[in-house]
Write a protein that binds this ligand. Structure first.
Ligand SMILES: [Zn+2]
Length: 329
């Protein structure tokens, strides 16, 4: 049997067919028609599912289930409480997509399904206790505790990005102040860099954006840091410092075997990973037992498709073997 894995973001929808082993057979993607609302996005998802099934000549009877990773919070029944980038509030995603496709649909937070992907096919494979962080526009978290997904009593836990870490110069999109995400996301890097550039127009960063700060991206900041630009390095140092505090908090609370960092920012991990590992040591409680590995994720862009496909598999199966790997419903 096969599974449909869907990575639903505020910018793009990625859909793939995934094998029992977590291999992607085919994938496609499209811009998310956010302005068309919930029903409009559903129609687009259905079109993409049809596209990959027709292309691979795989019939509906060979699809065991659909998994979707969403940028928001949802119940275990696939009811989305909210997904701010999609402007969704209280929508019955699993129920509606099931009505449209006739397939069983399982919904989870996008960072959680990415954690499942890394756990099955990636860098946290075989680890009993693993925490996955995704650093992108925002910051998400996925927890595997005792070989099971942990998302809290109501499915709204593991919100690593909204751990309150310190005072910042702007508020979080969630309405709170001082969230980790406002220090370490791509958005945070850009905001802080712009603030520094108000004072220093000599930075290489300023030249790379042709004097127009609207063109600034996290990638440009990382590129300039690699070239030794002092403003860019200051931005990365600040990010590394706050990320180290966040990771040390997670280590002190959960004592995981591994913390994996994924998402767009992590693709520039070579710039900060060593320093991050050093800085984490300053804040962990049991200092002479520095045993949590801190690694960069492996699956990159495919983590969402593989993870949501595998999430569907685990939720759909009752075999004992699978119970060893992830939570059952
Ligand atoms: Zn927040």
């Amino acid at each position: 049997m096969y599974y449909i894995g869907i990575d639903l973001g505020g910018t793009s929808i990625k859909v793939g067919i995934v094998s029992e082993e977590g291999e992607i057979l085919i994938k496609t993607s499209s811009a998310t028609p956010v302005k068309k609302g919930f029903e409009g996005v559903l129609v687009r998802i259905k079109e993409l599912i049809d596209e990959v099934m027709i292309e691979k000549k795989i019939d509906k009877k060979n699809i065991a289930a659909v998994g979707i990773g969403i940028p928001g919070a949802c119940s275990q029944e696939g009811f989305v409480y909210f997904a701010s980038n999609l402007f969704w509030k209280k929508v019955p995603l699993a129920e509606r997509l099931h009505e449209m496709t006739g397939l069983k649909v399982y919904v989870e937070n996008d960072a959680t399904v990415a954690a499942v992907g890394e756990y099955i096919k990636g860098v946290t494979k075989g680890k009993k206790n693993a925490i996955f962080l995704t650093l992108g526009t925002g910051v998400g978290g996925g927890f595997i505790i005792n070989n099971k997904i942990y998302s809290g009593s109501h499915g709204i836990g593991a919100e690593v990005g909204h751990m309150v870490i310190g005072k910042n110069f702007y508020d979080c999109t969630c309405g709170n102040h001082g969230c980790l995400e406002t220090f370490v996301s791509a958005t945070a890097l850009i905001k802080y860099c712009k603030k520094l550039l108000e004072e220093n127009k000599e930075s290489l960063v300023f030249h790379r954006v042709d004097g127009n700060l609207d063109n600034l991206t996290a990638k440009i900041i990382f590129d300039c840091a690699r070239k030794g630009d002092s403003t860019a390095l200051k931005v990365i140092d600040r990010m590394t410092h706050y990320l180290a505090i966040g990771l040390a908090n997670l280590i002190n609370l959960f004592d995981p075997e591994v913390i994996a960092i994924g998402g767009g920012v992590a693709e520039a991990g070579d710039v900060f990973i060593e320093k991050l590992r050093e800085e984490v040591k300053k804040y962990i409680y049991v200092k002479d037992m520095n045993v949590t590995e801190i690694v960069l994720a492996e699956l990159k862009n495919d983590a969402g498709i593989i993870g949501s496909g595998m999430y569907a598999k685990f939720n759909n199966s009752s075999s004992r073997e699978i119970q060893n790997y992830a939570k059952m419903k």
